[in-house]
Design a protein around this ligand. Structure first.
Ligand code: GUN
Ligand code: ZN
Length: 452
């Protein structure tokens, strides 16, 4: 069995930080190590202790002085929008019609879907993201492309065919029946195969007729093991339009509630313009509101009010929302999350940020046993971060005195260049993406180390 001992400064969370310096929420090993056996983590702790127990077959990878964290998690983005990031000048509904519904038509071509799926997975990995929940296009083949690309890399990925049977171009519309049939077939083909998880994906209330909402209800009832993902209350015009299409609903949230779509597997993108009643309905149903800061700023949508979700006891996660979002980087996403909350007089501490990208998002997905923290038995999805990846970061780091300060610099100034390596199920991936350039890790065997 292959064994890897990753040496570096290990940081992993055990709970949500309750204050800016809540040391009980995380474990930090200054000269630490993670022992990986095949595709799982076997142990985490001080390097000296783990190295003394290592056998001669253990390969030691020295990532010092970099930080070793769990693989980052992105809870909402769109794989067919990879080439539509940075589309100029429009808010949500105009942006969808002008750019997105044009771009997504390209995914009728399986060759195009295959090409973008591979590049999409590689871009996630380049940014240290090892798990994501993504929307595919309306085309069934786009889901095949997506999960095949994830399977090739052995990534734990969540995804699903978007269902949309109205208010979209002909070429992007399914029907209530074909959306149901395709989704059933895709669940049968992909859900639980390797590391794949299916998400039933009615795009949002505007692009699904009541008939398709009924079919979504059936799908959710028949497949409680699957995720459900949609969009909720992202933009004021969207809220007005959606509620006009469902006049008997109390409000936007009630549209989804009335079709029994809320629940602990439900991921609702954005959730900006919600009343207390709506947030309480999310809390009661244990649904997850997904905060997408770069997207909310880029599309001029609005500011996610995290403290109201906290006060009302609702769950929330964080995500890039590429291509409304402008970056695949969860570090850049948290830099913008900090600013969005700051604008509302709310604080996002560095430890809380790193909690959200890792264990927080894993909990939102109900996957905390497998991913999001470094513990014995977990999947070996691991990210190695370099706080000095750019000259300006290196200069700034010369004045950093604490781990919290370092994390904040890394989040505020970092991007894909700060990801030194990423491991998926125990296999190094970023260095392979970057070939032939070398990584900055030094590799040696335990035998070499003992005889040095
Ligand atoms: N609402 C419905 N579809 C979309 C989408 O693709 N992106 C964003 N940001 N919002 C949506
Ligand atoms: Zn979205």
């Amino acid at each position: 069995m292959s064994k890897l001992l990753l040496r570096g400064r290990v940081l992993t969370f055990v709970d949500e930080p309750q204050s800016a310096d809540d040391a009980s929420s995380y474990r930090y090993f200054e000269d630490g190590a993670v022992l990986v056996e095949h595709d799982r983590i076997a142990a985490v702790g001080d390097y000296a202790a783990l190295a003394s127990a290592a056998d001669v077959q253990t390969q030691i990878v020295d990532h010092r002085p970099n930080l070793i964290l769990p693989g980052l998690i992105d809870t909402h983005l769109h794989f067919p929008q990879t080439q539509a990031i940075a589309s100029y000048g429009a808010q949500l509904l105009e942006w969808l019609n002008t750019y997105i519904f044009v771009e997504e038509q390209k995914f009728a071509s399986t060759a195009h879907a295959d090409f973008i799926a591979g590049r999409f997975m590689d871009e996630l990995l380049r940014n240290g993201t090892t798990t994501a929940a993504a929307y595919c296009s309306v085309h069934r083949e786009s889901v095949d492309a997506y999960f095949a690309a994830a399977e090739k890399r052995n990534m734990l990925m969540i995804g699903g065919k978007v269902m949309m049977d109205c208010n979209a171009p002909d070429a992007l519309r399914d029907t209530a029946q074909s959306g149901y049939d395709d989704t059933k077939a895709l669940i049968a083909k992909w859900h639980g195969r390797g590391r794949a998880h299916y998400a039933i994906s009615p795009r949002f209330a505007i692009t699904s007729t009541p008939g398709q909402m009924e079919m979504s209800r059936e799908l959710v009832r028949e497949h409680p093991e699957c995720y459900v993902q949609t969009h909720l209350s992202e933009n004021r015009d969207e809220v007005t339009y959606a509620t006009s299409l469902y006049p008997s609903a109390k409000d936007y949230t009630d549209i989804y509630a009335s079709y029994d779509l809320l629940g602990s597997k439900m991921l609702l993108g954005h959730c900006i313009f919600l009343s207390d009643r709506e947030i309480s309905a999310l809390a009661e149903s244990k649904s997850v509101a997904v905060f997408c800061p770069t997207s909310n700023l880029f599309l001029g949508s609005g500011l996610f009010d995290r403290d109201r979700f906290r006060k009302l006891g609702a769950r929330y996660s964080v995500a890039t929302d590429v291509g409304g979002g402008t970056s695949f980087s969860m570090l850049e996403t948290m830099a913008e999350a900090y600013k969005v909350l700051h604008l509302q007089g709310q604080r996002l501490s560095p430890f809380n940020s790193y909690y959200m990208m890792t264990l927080g998002n894993a909990r939102a997905l109900g996957l905390e046993d497998r991913i999001g923290s470094l513990h014995a038995g977990a999947d070996a999805d691991i990210t190695v971060l370099d706080s000095r990846a750019k000259p300006a970061m290196d200069l700034r780091m010369q004045t950093a005195k604490t781990l919290a300060e370092e994390l904040f610099i890394l989040q505020t100034m970092g991007d894909d260049r700060s990801v030194a390596e990423v491991y998926v199920a125990g296999k190094p991936m970023k260095s392979n993406l970057n070939k032939p350039a070398a990584t900055n890790a030094r590799v040696e065997t335990a035998l070499e180390l003992q005889t040095a």
